[in-house]
Design a protein around this ligand. Sequence first.
Ligand SMILES: NC(=O)c1ccc[n+]([C@@H]2O[C@H](COP(=O)([O-])OP(=O)(O)OC[C@H]3O[C@@H](n4cnc5c(N)ncnc54)[C@H](OP(=O)(O)O)[C@@H]3O)[C@@H](O)[C@H]2O)c1
Length: 289
Amino acid sequence: MTVVPPPAATAPSRLIVTGARGQVGREILRLAPGAHAFGHRELDITDPIAVRAVLEPGDTVLNCAAYTAVDQAESDPEAAFACNETGPAVLAAACARAGARLIHLSTDYVFPGTHDHPYDTTDPTGPATVYGRSKLAGEQAVLSLTTQAHVVRTAWVYAATGSDFVTTMLRLERERDTIEVVDDQLGSPTYAADLAAALLELVGRPDAPRLLHATNAGQASWFELARAVFAGAGADPARVHPCDSTAFPRPARRPAYSVLSNQSWVVSGLTPLRDWRVALGDALSNRSG
Ligand SMILES: NC(=O)c1ccc[n+]([C@@H]2O[C@H](COP(=O)([O-])OP(=O)(O)OC[C@H]3O[C@@H](n4cnc5c(N)ncnc54)[C@H](OP(=O)(O)O)[C@@H]3O)[C@@H](O)[C@H]2O)c1
């Protein structure tokens, strides 16, 4: 008697996370522990042979790898462009070749920062910094090299760990009586855990638009964010004083206004991210809990 083998079970599609040891990568792995994680040491996204060796048809790659040293990029544009343009281009070409899908992260810094209302995905870009230009070049490479890709711009990400802005404010609250924080840059503070959940929802929505914005809702200046951190930590927010950017000159000029509109995200039926103040409250209680 001939035994007919059962049809091969369809393998569930794999989620590959590159830059997995960064701030966003770690949060994705926390929410999706079964994902295949590649930190910088395990997979250099600028290495086409290594990238090809990892990919299989049906994979979804969530690229969290980036050169994120915004000030350092001004004096080392080669390094910024290698990681932020060549890297995504290598990933996009390899995904197209393997029949895999790519979700790539980008930034509010692709915009010039001169608006007085939130930037939509249809607004013209115009980065003012090397970092912003390198990230824009990465977006363009991804969108031109594969149709199965989404570019998701986010902004002002914190995980409330390490040395991010929120953790730094908590440290300064302990160390100093008063601090000065810039009040002339407005953006969209975004909790890395909320962003990670949003990206995982997008994994299940290949029909979503190719260019999206994902940040917590609302807007704040760094000063307002710092005051909210102090208040959340039970300290007097009046100990945080406003100043303007001239008090803290940096090699890379920050956009004065880089709030991102969530229009594209909401219109496509993806779950809107909650207000930044509510997210910050959770981030602070998760730290202490
Ligand atoms: N953080 C923010 O406020 C913010 C705002 C807007 C957009 N974004 C975007 O969000 C994404 C994630 O940012 P993040 O905050 O998670 O950044 P992050 O904490 O700096 O993590 C980036 C990771 O990429 C790795 N990496 C660097 N070069 C690589 C390469 N050639 N191959 C593989 N891995 C490499 C780094 O490893 P090593 O450290 O070992 O080099 C690091 O672990 C990035 O695309 C960033 O541009 C971030």
